[in-house]
Design a protein around this ligand. Structure first.
Ligand SMILES: [Zn+2]
Length: 324
């Protein structure tokens, strides 16, 4: 069974799946210090309405890749999931472009205070036992590298994610910056650690139209996260569509997953700015716009089904893998 916010899901019931979305992108410090500015009931109501739209667009499951560092709040998203019929798979990991959290800099093998790696322990526990006392298990692992590349802090997180993956088998989703081509650096490290690269989704690959780079990632076995439709500043929508269509033509449909990386609510993007600048940056747009536009570009239905249903199944289904 695949763990979701509302219990175990048979992999055959995943259906149409968006593999990189967020319910909330929050700042844990602001949430703790100014709770009156962010009333939980309102956030939950808003997210329920959003997920109803996602469901109505034809999506059955989302992977919420919000991890620690971007305000993961399992009790809050659990309340949302209990009121919708979208399956929500949650993630564990730590989001940073720079430093690891201080407790991880000081504790762990080879660091000042020694002992086991605290991040690995947290990640494994989230997957195997569940997140604290929420009764919710994480289904996937996540780490990030952005324009600063593989900093020491990023390396600590990446190392802990690889360890937790090798121990649990949970798939790895990354945040990469294709302009720095650091999806390849992520693959280099994970490969060195003995991670099967077909268990890895190199996220935000869709931020580039560089077909040569994208083929290099895919040819090593990983999935390409074409996962930011509507985030115009990184790459305009039409170019994202053209890039996916081109890769389908080249035979790469079996290695792409589609999503928007947007959210029901984000502290980073005030509503007004978002509506004015990024009107299409919403999860329902994948089925409402992206899929029809890919069809217009000649992408066959088989390829659409592969990207929306079969590939997420292959990535997320850990139950059947041992029988392969
Ligand atoms: Zn994201």
């Amino acid at each position: 069974m695949i763990p979701t916010l509302t219990g175990g899901l048979d992999p055959s019931e995943l259906g149409v799946t968006l593999t990189h979305e967020h319910i909330f992108v929050l700042n844990a410090e602001l949430m703790v210090n100014f709770p009156s500015r962010f009333p939980a009931d309102e956030l939950v109501d808003r997210a329920v309405r959003y997920l109803e739209e996602v469901k109505a667009s034809g999506v059955d499951t989302i992977v919420d890749l919000t991890v620690m560092g971007t305000g993961r709040n399992i009790p809050l998203v659990k309340r949302v999931a209990e009121r919708t019929n979208v399956n929500v798979i949650v993630a564990t990991g730590w989001y940073t472009y720079h430093e690891a959290p201080a407790f991880a800099n000081l504790n762990g093998p080879g660091r000042l205070l020694g002992g086991p790696d605290p991040l690995t322990e947290i990640f494994v526990r989230d997957i195997v036992e569940g997140v604290d006392d929420t009764g919710v298990k994480a289904g996937v692992l996540k780490f990030a590298a952005d324009r600063y590349g593989i900093t020491d802090g990023v390396f600590y997180i990446m190392q802990a994610v690889a360890d937790a993956h090798l121990e649990t088998g949970a798939p790895i989703f990354t945040h990469s910056d294709p302009n720095q081509r650091n999806g390849l650096d992520q693959q280099d490290y994970l490969e060195k650690r003995g991670v099967d690269l077909s268990r890895v989704v190199i996220g935000h690959s869709g931020d580039t139209a560089d077909i040569d780079y994208l083929r290099r990632i895919a040819d090593r076995g990983s999935f390409l996260g074409m996962d930011r439709f509507g985030l115009e500043a990184r790459l305009p929508y039409d170019q994202r569509i053209e890039t996916v269509a081109k890769l389908c033509e080249l035979g790469y449909a079996s290695q792409m997953v589609l999503a928007t990386d947007s959210s029901a609510y984000s502290m980073n993007f005030p509503d007004d700015a978002r509506q004015a600048r990024l009107p299409r940056w919403r999860a329902p747009e994948v089925m409402n716009s992206v899929v029809p536009d890919l069809r217009k570009c000649g992408v066959p239905d088989d390829d659409i089904d592969t990207m929306m249903t079969a590939n997420p199944f292959r990535i997320l289904d850990t139950t059947h893998r041992s029988k392969e």
